[in-house]
Design a protein around this ligand. Structure first.
Ligand SMILES: [Zn+2]
Length: 274
């Protein structure tokens, strides 16, 4: 699975982005970069009160923005949406049991490497400005790729927000997300196959059912939040970064988040809108 975010539309639109570009040259440009002690200077991620500096958006509306990108989303009922959001977040959080990050990145990287996962820091320029890939997991062989530009971008974002963040924690933020995808294959089972499939089409007595792959992303964010004890849902950071890098003002971001919250509220409390 690829951990990425897309530029959100101003009005709700369901998008199905292409995710495979830029894969071929990956190996040629990757190499290990072991974490250095120096990089751990800086404030722990979980202790940075980012919510004092930026408009806030909580886990459920954020998870909704993820689910909206699934192909079958338009055919889901409000009850189904509510249940998918709750269950995928629950699945991610519960899966983080026994994976509490204590700030010791080296120990965690060792644990992952001993579990047979290769960790690579890669240079990669993103080809377009509508999607950023921060990190990704590949199954064969099990590998986690973390893109340096993403680490640098996050570091700069925190710097602009007035904080010097632990760079080890930024690496961990990427690692834990992808580690969850590894666990989906090695231990947990894929999130979208653990939860009920959605009905895509009916022909008389026949129904075509389809899993919702975006549930995996929601669960991965929930897993990362729990494992790293973060006060916010990690997808929030992706949205903030994307929008602020696009030059959006805080006011505009706040309005955008407000629209998402309204969308969420309309789905959860439809009777209120009548
Ligand atoms: Zn992911």
């Amino acid at each position: 699975m690829i951990h990425s975010v897309q530029i959100p539309p101003i009005t709700p639109v369901v998008s199905t982005p292409s995710k495979k570009e830029g894969f071929q040259t990956l190996h040629q440009r990757t190499h290990r970069r072991p974490p250095s002690a120096k990089r751990s200077e800086g404030r722990p991620l979980k202790g940075i009160p980012l919510d004092r500096t930026w408009p806030v958006l909580s886990a459920l509306p954020l998870a909704l923005t993820e689910l909206e990108q699934d192909e079958v989303f338009p055919s889901l009922s409000a009850n189904q949406i509510s249940s998918y959001l709750d269950e995928s977040i629950r699945f991610g959080r519960e899966s983080a049991e026994g994976y509490a990050y204590d700030g010791n990145l080296t120990r965690w990287m060792d644990r992952m490497i001993h579990a047979g996962v290769r960790i690579r820091f890669a240079d990669r320029k993103n080809g377009n400005h509508t999607e950023w890939v921060r990190a990704q997991y590949r199954r064969k062989p099990p590998s986690i790729y973390i893109y340096r530009f993403s680490l640098e971008q996050l570091k700069q974002f925190f710097h602009r927000s007035g904080y010097r963040v632990s760079e080890n924690d930024l690496i961990a933020l990427h690692l834990f997300h992808e580690w969850f995808h590894h666990l989906e294959y090695s231990r947990l089972g894929r999130t979208d196959l653990q939860l009920p499939k959605a009905v895509k089409k009916r022909w008389g007595p026949l129904t075509l059912k389809q899993p919702l792959p975006r549930l995996r992303e929601i669960a991965a964010h929930a897993f990362t939040q729990k494992a790293m004890d973060l006060p916010w849902f990690p997808l929030w950071l992706d949205h903030l970064l994307l929008l602020s890098e696009q030059g959006w003002s805080k006011t505009r971001i706040r309005e955008h988040f407000h629209q998402i919250k309204n969308r969420y509220r309309q789905i959860m409390e439809p009777e209120e809108r009548r």
